[in-house]
Ligand binder design. Structure first.
Ligand SMILES: [Fe+2]
Ligand SMILES: [Fe+2]
Length: 283
């Protein structure tokens, strides 16, 4: 089956619909070759991903798996992908990776395969795209694909404010690392001492990272609370709670990150560094 011919038959002279799919194909094939995915599968998925992009919702729903419809009912912008992934079976494609790459090219999902991610990123960043972030992602994709994938999720969230995308962004490690970098950066700026971070992502169901730092005076301790509250106000981090244990131990709860600021000798007294020592992160 020649999927480019099929696309031309469907869209005739409406070339920009075809141009986009060719752009996705070119980037996806290039990435597949570089990253060790199957370029042929990438080509098929790319050329068919938007085949039903302009069909009406009733038609798309009739093309979808019932399970997919039940699950993604509230995300009509994803119908065309879910429909195409299901319908491509009628064009002789039974490979589940191709099918999934098409299905999830708009809505994404947890546990995406490399091919699924390649199509997701290529759809966002192919050469004809001009929206914010597309060029940046395109250039980054060939150098550091994992980062480019996260950046795609980040921009998609920024553009759509879709909470499902935010969840994916978190799932793939985007938000924690960003939040963690921001928090450590603030602590660093205040010249606190002995900043250590610990990664408990695989150990604790409650939080992912612990950051511990020593403030040499009250001014620093108050400043970190003030500065993190400002970041919270700007929506860059999200503070769940702050506890001033006994004025020598401040605990800032960012849900996925717990920050402990100690003053005086309390850090040695409570010994958290020892408790977490095996999870210490390299700088
Ligand atoms: Fe699409
Ligand atoms: Fe597309």
């Amino acid at each position: 089956m020649d999927f480019l011919e099929l696309l031309k038959e469907k869209y005739g002279s409406e070339t920009n619909r075809i141009t986009h799919s060719i752009g996705v194909r070119d980037l996806a094939v290039e990435l597949a070759k570089k990253l060790g995915a199957d370029p042929k599968k990438a080509e098929i998925a790319a050329l068919f991903h938007d085949y039903y992009r302009y069909d009406d919702n009733d038609t798309l729903i009739s093309y979808m798996d019932k399970n997919d419809y039940d699950k993604y009912m509230d995300m009509p912008w994803g119908y065309h992908g879910l429909a195409a992934g299901n319908k491509i079976k009628e064009f002789g494609i039974t490979d589940s990776d191709i099918i999934n790459a098409i299905k999830y090219h708009t809505v994404g999902r947890i546990n995406m395969s490399l091919l699924e991610k390649i199509i997701y990123v290529s759809d966002f960043a192919e050469v004809n795209r001009t929206h914010e972030g597309s060029k940046e992602v395109r250039e980054l994709a060939l150098k550091d694909f994992d980062k480019a994938f996260l950046l795609t999720l980040e921009y998609t969230y920024k553009h759509t404010l879709d909470k499902n995308v935010l969840e994916l962004f978190k799932y793939y490690g985007g938000l924690n690392m960003n939040e963690l970098d921001l928090v450590i950066n603030e602590i660093d700026k205040l010249n606190m001492e002995n900043i250590k971070s610990y990664n408990l992502a695989s150990k604790s169901p409650l939080f992912d990272y612990v950051v511990i730092a020593s403030a040499t005076n009250d001014r620093q301790a108050n400043a970190i609370i003030k500065n993190l509250r400002e970041l919270d106000g700007e929506g860059k981090i999200s503070i769940k709670g702050i506890e001033d244990k006994d004025y020598s131990w401040i605990l800032i709860d960012l849900t996925d990150i717990i920050v402990h600021i100690f003053t005086g000798e309390s850090r040695a007294y409570y010994g958290l560094d020892e408790i977490y020592s095996q999870y210490l992160m390299e700088k």
